[in-house]
Design a binder for this molecule. Structure first.
Ligand code: THU
Length: 138
């Protein structure tokens, strides 16, 4: 099933491809994430688990790390995919990580391998986000 918007379809395709590389010996739950930055580039990440369970990292965090490593900072769109009954919901930490680099109206496409799609935004995922304004008295 293809997304009607070609740019979003390409982002989902990138997330789908990188999901294959997820390292998930403990949960078995593979996740892929893709970020398009304002310059049009796509940055990808998958979840990478660790035998010391809290040391695992989410797919979104991997894509953000790849984005920063490439010298980019401004997120234009995000896609996340997993084999879940409903479009996969980013964890709280990843919502905050995305908000660091994205405006509240930045589109986030949450999907399943079966083709279910939920379109949302960074601001909807994290209303009332803590941002630098709260530190303005420092
Ligand atoms: N996970 C992600 O990578 N992204 C999400 O949006 C939800 C959860 C990962 C973390 C862990 O490796 C596995 O999914 C199960 O929680």
């Amino acid at each position: 099933m293809s997304h009607p918007d070609p740019d979003t379809a390409a982002l989902i395709a990138a997330a789908t491809a990188v999901r294959d590389n997820a390292h998930v010996p403990y949960s078995g739950f593979k996740v892929g994430a893709a970020i398009r930055t304002l310059d049009g580039a796509i940055h990808i990440g998958c979840n990478v688990e660790n035998v010391a369970y809290p040391e695992g990292t989410c797919a979104e965090a991997g894509a953000i790390a790849a984005m920063c490593a490439a010298g980019a900072r401004d997120i234009a769109a995000v896609a996340v995919i997993a084999d879940s009954p409903q479009p996969v919901s980013p964890c709280g930490g990843c919502r905050q990580k995305l908000a660091e680099f994205a405006a509240p109206d930045t589109p986030v496409t949450l999907t399943t391998v079966d083709g279910a799609v939920l379109e949302t935004t960074v601001g909807t995922l994290l209303p009332g986000a803590f941002d630098a304004d709260y530190m303005s008295r420092v």
